[in-house]
Design a protein around this ligand. Structure first.
Ligand SMILES: Nc1ncnc2c1ncn2[C@@H]1O[C@H](COP(=O)(O)OP(=O)(O)OP(=O)(O)O)[C@@H](O)[C@H]1O
Length: 346
C-alpha cells in the first residue's frame, strides 16, 4: 500500500534521510521514533510530497509518487495530514473546519459527511462550536475528522498528541487507532513518545541520523532489537557486561544465564546482555541484593533504579506494594525469557 525503497532526502545538498526502505499494508499503522533531528518529519514530508527525494522511490497503492526523476504534487497524492498544532481555522466552526476540504459535494452531502465524521471521532454534539471552545483533545479529534473527510489513501500524523497532557495522550492514541482500524486507513505517525507508538502502531521504525535502524512490530522491536542503538532507545534497557562460558551460557554479575539458541558468540567472548525492567524480579528470598538509588511510583508498579554491588545500575519493575526506601538493599533475581546479546565494544 505504502512502499518506500531506499529513499534519500537532502536539504541543500546535505542528505538528512538515507536509504530508508519500509512498507505498510492497507489499514496498517506505522510509527516513526528516534532522537530529535534524526529525520522523522523530513521522511513524512517526503511521503506527503513536500520534499523531493534524491534517491529511491515512494509508492502509494502501487503508484509511483516520488523518485529522483518524478514527483507527484502533494495535492494529487490523496494524503491526509494531522499536525502537532492541529492547524484548525479559528474563524470557522467545527463543522466548517471538517468540511473545508470537501469540494464538489452538495450542501446536504457535506452536512451528512460532517455528521458521520463527528460521530466517528466522538463529538456528535459539537459541530457548531468554535475551536477556542474545545479542549486540546477535542481539537485533535476535529483535526483528525478534517484530515479523514476527503478519504485520503494514507494519513500522516506529525506528533499529533505532543501538545496534550501525558495522561490524555495514550488514551487518545488508542482511540485514534480504533477509528483508523475501523476505516482501514493506512497511516504513519511521527512521535517522541514510545508509549504512544506502542499504543498506536502495527509497525515501528526507529531512526538514527537519517537511517532506519529497524522496522518491526512493537513486540519484535522490544524483544529482538537488531542493534545496540535500538536496544538502548526502546524501553529503558540496560546493557550488563558478561562473558560467554560457552556458546549458550553467559556469566554476569547477576548470575549465569543460558540462551536457547546459539548465536554468533564463542567461549570467552565479552558481551553485553540487554536487561529490561521487567526482566528483574524483586524477590526477598534471593541471595542477590541491590541498593535502591531512585524510585518512581507508577500506580500498580514501582520502577526502581538499583545499584548492583559491582556498581552497575539496572531498573526493576516491582508490584507497588513492595515499597522500599531509597538506600535500602532489596533482593532481586533475573527472570529472562530470552537473551539479547551484543558483542562488547572495547
Ligand atoms: N528546511 C530545512 N532546511 C535545512 N535543514 C533542515 C530543514 N528541515 C530540517 N532540517 C534538518 O534535517 C534534519 C532532520 O530534521 P527533521 O525535522 O526531519 O528531524 P526530526 O527527527 O523530525 O526531529 P524532531 O524530533 O526534533 O522534530 C535536522 O538536522 C534538521 O536540522
Amino acid at each position: 500500500m505504502l512502499d518506500l525503497q531506499q529513499v534519500a532526502v537532502a536539504y541543500g545538498g546535505h542528505t538528512v534521510v538515507k536509504d530508508v526502505s519500509l512498507s505498510l499494508a492497507q489499514g496498517q499503522i506505522g510509527c516513526l521514533v528516534g532522537p530529535s533531528g534524526c529525520g522523522k518529519t523530513t521522511l513524512l514530508r517526503a511521503i506527503a510530497g513536500f520534499e523531493p527525494v534524491v534517491c529511491g522511490s515512494i509508492r502509494l497503492q502501487r503508484q509511483l509518487v516520488s523518485s529522483a526523476s518524478e514527483q507527484l504534487a502533494p495535492e494529487l497524492r490523496q494524503v491526509g495530514m494531522v499536525f502537532q498544532d492541529f492547524a484548525l481555522f479559528p474563524h470557522l466552526n467545527v463543522a466548517d473546519n471538517i468540511s473545508f476540504g470537501l469540494l464538489n459535494l452538495s450542501k446536504a452531502d457535506k452536512a451528512s459527511k460532517v455528521k458521520q465524521l463527528l460521530q466517528l471521532v466522538g463529538l456528535p454534539e459539537l459541530g457548531q462550536r468554535y475551536i477556542h471552545q474545545l479542549s486540546g483533545g477535542q481539537q485533535q479529534r476535529v483535526a483528525l475528522a478534517r484530515a479523514l473527510a476527503p478519504q485520503p489513501k494514507v494519513l500522516l500524523l506529525d506528533e499529533p498528541f505532543s501538545s496534550l497532557d501525558t495522561e490524555l495522550r495514550e488514551g487518545l492514541a488508542r482511540e485514534i487507532r480504533q477509528i483508523l482500524q475501523q476505516l482501514r486507513i493506512t497511516a504513519i505517525m511521527v512521535t517522541h513518545d514510545q508509549n504512544e507508538a506502542f499504543a498506536m502502531a502495527d509497525m515501528i521504525g526507529v531512526m538514527q541520523l537519517g537511517q532506519l535502524q529497524q522496522w518491526a512490530t512493537p513486540y519484535e522491536l522490544y524483544h529482538k532489537p537488531l542493534n545496540r542503538f535500538v536496544a538502548d532507545f526502546i524501553g529503558r534497557g540496560v546493557l550488563l557486561p558478561g562473558t560467554m562460558l560457552d556458546a549458550q551460557r553467559v556469566q554476569t554479575n547477576l548470575g549465569v544465564f543460558t540462551q536457547r539458541y546459539v548465536s554468533n558468540v564463542q567461549t570467552g567472548d565479552k558481551v553485553d546482555v540487554l536487561i529490561r525492567p521487567d526482566d528483574i524480579v524483586h524477590d526477598d528470598a534471593s541471595g542477590i541484593t541491590a541498593q535502591v538509588v531512585e524510585k518512581a511510583f507508577r500506580g500498580s508498579h514501582i520502577l526502581y533504579q538499583l545499584k548492583l554491588h559491582s556498581g552497575e545500575q539496572v531498573h526493576c519493575l516491582a508490584l507497588s506494594h513492595h515499597n522500599h526506601a531509597v538506600g535500602e538493599q532489596i533482593g532481586i533475581r533475573l527472570d529472562l525469557d530470552h537473551l539479547v546479546l551484543f558483542p562488547r565494544l572495547s
